[in-house]
Design a protein around this ligand. Sequence first.
Ligand code: NAD
Length: 329
Amino acid sequence: MSKAIAIVGCGGIGARHAQALGRTVFDTVVYALDPDERATERAAALFADSKKATGSPATIVRCHHYAELGSPLDVAIVATRASERLRSLEQLLEVGAVRHLILEKFLFSRRDHFAIAKALLNRLGVSAWVNCPRRIYPGYQEIATRMQDSRFVHIEVSASAKVAPIGTIGIHFVDLLQFLCGSCTAPTRLSLTDAQLVPGNRNLSDFSGMLEAFYGSKRLLRYAAIAETDAPLVVSIVGDNIRYVVDESNQCIYASSAQNRWRFEMGEFPVPLQSGLTHAVAEDLIATGTCGLTPYCDSAAVHVAMLDAILCSYRAIEDDLFLEELPFT
Ligand SMILES: NC(=O)c1ccc[n+]([C@@H]2O[C@H](COP(=O)([O-])OP(=O)(O)OC[C@H]3O[C@@H](n4cnc5c(N)ncnc54)[C@H](O)[C@@H]3O)[C@@H](O)[C@H]2O)c1
């Protein structure tokens, strides 16, 4: 029987989800929903390119209203902005049944939206996942396997705040720490210091500064988004008997371990694009009911801790104790 997948919000990332779904091996109808006609047009064009290249049996339907979506949906991907996410989630779940949901990060821009979304998802019994995809990159999966017996995990990330600001990118690395710790909960401590507003995506604001997350004293992330540099994003991961430096920009890794007498060896570290991931995640969800992305509850716990830390700095910067909404996407 044919499968049905919806993409809600076909902007920058939504169009990449469409491009990926043009590679699915399942007989699938992909509903691309966005009020903006240009957005669905671009998503359909990227989908068509992939379909042509792979011979996928999937087809795409451009929609501009929620009522045009098929029901039930096997998978729905909510790729609107954080500020719009709750509203689009509510609209989506109102028009029909959804078996599996993938929500983009940053989940919600306001704290009260988390409680409303949780109640809604629980009431409808929808299984939901959050698109923090580093945990499904083969490179990070291999690191996780090699570090599973490590007593400590230290991650240090540094980058220009222009390429990797705290708000839009930091969550990916707190998620990576959670993944490498094998934890389902929020960090035991999470803070943002030296925060400053910097220009973010889509004419919004974001933050430079130092984000720190701890699971106890031995598992920690230090994430420096530096305003006055154009430094690339480099991730250093240290465990008991192993050290990695991952240069994501150049897709390479330097690894050293007690086993090879601590000599650094260089290898490849392919960084998959979203257009090469979504179809595999959707196929996993349809075939097995689960996938490698972060379960919603685990990710919501981390998001709320991040939101609290960022809002705390944002209120101080703006000298406004009552700010409730994050300024980035
Ligand atoms: N997981 C990742 O690696 C990753 C990467 C990029 C972006 N993102 C996240 O994805 C989200 C979207 O980012 P973007 O850059 O694609 O934003 P965008 O502004 O380009 O796209 C958002 C789209 O949503 C549409 N939209 C607005 N309201 C809608 C509604 N009620 N129903 C349906 N569509 C609606 C808009 O017309 C727009 O086309 C952000 O939260 C961003 O942080 C995640």
